[in-house]
Design a protein around this ligand. Structure first.
Ligand SMILES: [Fe+2]
Length: 94
């Protein structure tokens, strides 16, 4: 279900000339959605006393946090590269 949401967001950007940049926004939002979901699920597991599940959910949460951080770091260089390529395309048209 979560994967479907990300795919639908990407499909919505396919007609935009800056789809690669917008897809990075969607990826960042999606990773943060997953962080919230795993945080909530881990809390429920802790409340239920299911410690093994809470530990596993905590590991998944750590992975999502790492991925969100990676995606965030990519936004600036991706935007810079997109701007440079767009500028060179515009220059080539002149
Ligand atoms: Fe993720």
């Amino acid at each position: 279900m979560l994967s479907l949401g990300g795919t639908m967001a990407a499909l919505g950007h396919t007609v935009a000339p800056d789809e690669i940049v917008k897809n990075s926004f969607a990826n960042y939002a999606f990773e943060n959605y997953e962080i919230a979901a795993y945080t909530s699920l881990r809390t429920l597991a802790e409340l239920a006393g299911v410690n093994q599940a809470a530990d596993l959910l905590g590991r998944s949460l750590d992975e999502e946090v790492a991925m969100a951080e990676w995606v965030e770091v990519q936004i600036v260089p991706l935007t810079q590269k997109f701007a440079a390529l767009s500028a060179s395309e515009e220059a080539a048209k002149k």
